[in-house]
Design a protein around this ligand. Structure first.
Ligand SMILES: [Zn+2]
Length: 195
């Protein structure tokens, strides 16, 4: 269960259930429990409501017609099952992160842009990470077409609003930092070879 997922659900609880902090924590815990056992997003939101005695949400009209994969963050269709990766190097230590879908187009792009940018920004900082980070970013790039081939999520299918996709990858710092790093490494080797 990723931190991102937990944060999005906490926002959902605050908006849809509200009340004091104890009430929201109880509802969030109930939702997390369902999700951790692999339950669908609709069961999780109903468990959250039931845990604090709130009335269950009426299912959207399209719910029973719209078979298929739903976004795990907002419940929208269409959604695509995929995994998005992030790598971070800390000189000697390193961390591998991933977030599994299914994602709708907007929630998926939100996660993809944040995790790919983080990988390019600081992922390469380490002996092994220097080689792992570009491979990680490349895997994300190869998988991007799964998200971009999806149409926008159907608003009537959403259990809550999809995430904001945010600024594109080329309007974030990671790409430019990474190009700078590669340029410095190439210049260094060119100088070494020319001696
Ligand atoms: Zn979504």
């Amino acid at each position: 269960m990723g931190e991102d997922n937990r944060r999005l659900w906490a926002e959902w609880v605050a908006r849809e259930i509200g009340g004091d902090e104890t009430r929201q924590q109880t509802a969030l815990a109930a939702a997390m429990q369902v999700l951790q056992t692999g339950g669908p997003v609709t069961d999780a939101s109903n468990a959250a409501r039931a845990a604090v005695g709130a009335a269950p949400a009426p299912p959207p009209v399209t719910y029973f017609q719209a078979a298929g994969t739903r976004c795990r963050f907002c419940g929208s269709v269409p959604a695509v099952p995929m995994t998005i990766y992030e790598h971070n190097g800390y000189l000697i230590l390193m961390t591998f992160k991933n977030l599994k879908g299914p994602f709708c187009r907007y929630c998926g792009l939100n996660v993809w842009r944040r995790m790919t940018d983080a990988t390019l920004l600081r992922g390469w900082l380490g002996m092994f990470s220097f080689f792992i980070a570009p491979v990680t970013a490349l895997i994300n790039v190869v998988n991007l077409s799964k998200l971009t081939s999806l149409p926008a999520p159907d608003p009537s299918s959403a259990m809550r609003p999809p995430a904001d996709p945010g600024a594109g990858l080329f309007r974030r710092p990671g790409v430019y930092v990474y190009i700078g790093v590669i340029a410095i490494v190439l210049i260094y080797f060119a100088l070494v070879v020319s001696r």
